[in-house]
Design a protein around this ligand. Structure first.
Ligand code: ACM
Ligand code: ZN
Length: 502
């Protein structure tokens, strides 16, 4: 069986012979990497069980193996007859290298004996942003599950966890000055899971800090999203004065696009969002905050006296232009807090009057067009096209037996073929592409086992699309490596789709 890693390393050379040792391999080396070495040694113990063996792995600090941004994550892994050596200039590279090694260890450990082919790997990422988005609003996932997910994502060198914390069906972030966001806003109505009562479901500040730290130890950045100004029924149910009609409002109990959004004519929304952004700044060290911006109807703004007054003051012709104005305000509030804002590609629209701040990063989801347009304007982008292999709420295969949202399909093959750099982009545009990500929306998967099934192995395919050199992307090679990889994920107790790939 082909046991080569996923994602495929930039260079892998097998040599004659094997390395063998007894017991769970220990890890030693440069004390600069003490955190990574202890963490991965613990992963080995948990993955394998069994008696400890000798320190077979030695980690060494070396000057950067690549120039520029790729340097920190680059590593060199050598397995000889005598032992295993890993070199990198930074903890990130050591962690990535140890995860590649972890794949060989998972495949090569039997009856307390580890067997690995002799090899040399020189590896580095193609893109700096290799993300996975999890929607915890429509259905909530426990901190324990998120830890399990972060750990297995890191096995694939995924380095961004985009945490979709709020939506019409639930608000999961406690904000001290606005307690109703949790008291009212975190109780989904009518969950699809008959076993879950309508209770408050949110993350405490301690849980958030712990998850951020758990991710950070795995060199994963946690990017929180608060979806604004649409997808805010949970805010409106909690604070009805933030909406155009004044309510009353209820949380939604089904996925959709709903007319009630934040009132663009009411300055109190900025007080609330100031408090929200303060909370995010306090809890999340990452430089980025996602402000949503997708699927915002303007029908309420069209007829709301407060919104009409705002339109007049701003000299706008159309209510839709208020979204552009809000985006600029929200982005400014974040840059005041030294954060870089991200928005879904709709934020590019109706902005001809005010423009958009230069630092705003676009996440392209309705296709690749938003990313192509934004990068042509000199703006940085992250690609997550729903029609291009990145939407993991869609079914794996065109069969009525498969669970998934709507009629659309994301086959493993589609995920594999995704390329954040599209043929339309010039070299300058390509340089503005930070990378890509897979998105899991959770209206259907109300249980974490189901989420795993939607994520894997499609996230494995995406990880290769975002990490491996373009010239090494080869679906035939991927499908040869996948069976051994799925066995590794079985050992980590991940429920996976195993039907047709294409
Ligand atoms: C989205 O899928 N509404 C960003
Ligand atoms: Zn209004």
């Amino acid at each position: 069986m082909e046991i080569g890693p996923i994602p495929r390393p930039a260079r892998l050379e097998y040599r004659e012979g094997i390395f063998q040792s007894t017991g769970i391999p220990g890890i030693t080396g440069d004390q600069a990497f003490a955190g990574e070495m202890a963490l991965v040694a613990e992963q080995f113990r948990r993955d394998l069980g069994g008696p400890p063996g000798k320190a077979a792995v030695v980690c060494r600090a070396v000057p950067p193996l690549r120039e520029g941004g790729q340097g920190e994550e680059a590593y060199r892994l050598m397995v000889t007859g005598e032992g295993i050596s890993l070199e990198a200039s930074a903890g990130a590279g050591i962690y990535r290298g140890l995860q590649t090694l972890r794949q060989f260890v998972l495949s090569g450990y039997k009856d307390n004996t580890l067997t690995i082919p002799r090899l040399t790997i020189e590896d580095y990422p193609r893109f700096p942003w290799r993300g996975c988005m999890l929607d915890v609003s429509r259905h909530f996932y426990t901190p324990a599950f998120i830890k399990k997910l972060l750990d297995v994502l890191s096995l694939h060198h995924i380095n961004v966890f985009h945490w979709h914390l709020t939506d019409d069906q639930g608000w999961r972030l406690p904000v001290p000055a606005y307690p109703e966001l949790i008291e009212t806003g975190s109780k989904r109505r009518n969950t699809r899971n008959p076993h879950v009562p309508e209770v408050k479901q949110f993350y405490t500040p301690e849980e958030i800090r712990e998850l951020v730290s758990y991710a950070g130890a795995r060199h994963i950045m946690v990017v929180p999203e608060v979806d604004l100004p649409g997808h805010t029924k949970a805010v409106l149910a909690a604070y009805p004065e933030m909406g155009c009609t004044g309510g009353p409002y209820q949380l939604e109990d089904r996925h959709g696009i709903f007319p009630d959004v934040l009132c663009a004519g009411n300055d109190r929304i900025f007080d609330l969002l100031g408090a929200v952004f303060d909370t995010l700044t306090e809890l999340f060290p990452a430089p980025y905050v996602h402000i949503g911006g997708d699927e915002v109807p303007s029908s309420r703004w069209d007829v709301c006296p407060k919104c009409r007054r705002r339109l007049g003051e701003l000299g706008f012709e159309r209510a839709r232009q208020l979204q552009g104005w809000l985006t600029v305000r929200f982005a400014q509030m974040l840059t005041d807090r030294h954060k870089i804002p991200l928005g879904w590609d709709e934020v590019l629209e109706d902005t001809e009057k005010l423009g958009l701040p230069d630092e705003l990063v676009i996440m392209s989801w309705r296709g690749s067009e938003g990313g192509i347009t934004a990068s042509s304007m000199g703006r940085r982008v992250v690609m997550a096209p729903s029609n291009g292999g990145c939407y993991l709420d869609y079914r794996n295969y065109d069969s009525p037996e498969e669970p998934g949202a709507g009629s659309r399909i994301t086959r493993v093959y589609d995920a594999y073929l995704t390329d954040p750099i599209t043929p339309e982009m010039t070299g300058e545009q390509a340089a503005l592409v930070l990378g890509g990500q897979g998105n899991l929306w959770s209206e259907l998967p109300y249980a974490s086992r189901w989420a795993e099934y939607m994520l894997f192995p499609r996230m494995c395919a995406l990880a290769e699309a975002f990490w491996s050199p373009r010239e090494l992307k080869d679906f035939a090679s991927f499908t040869q490596r996948l069976p051994a990889h799925q066995k590794r994920l079985d050992m980590l107790n991940i429920l996976q789709y195993r039907g047709p790939l294409q």
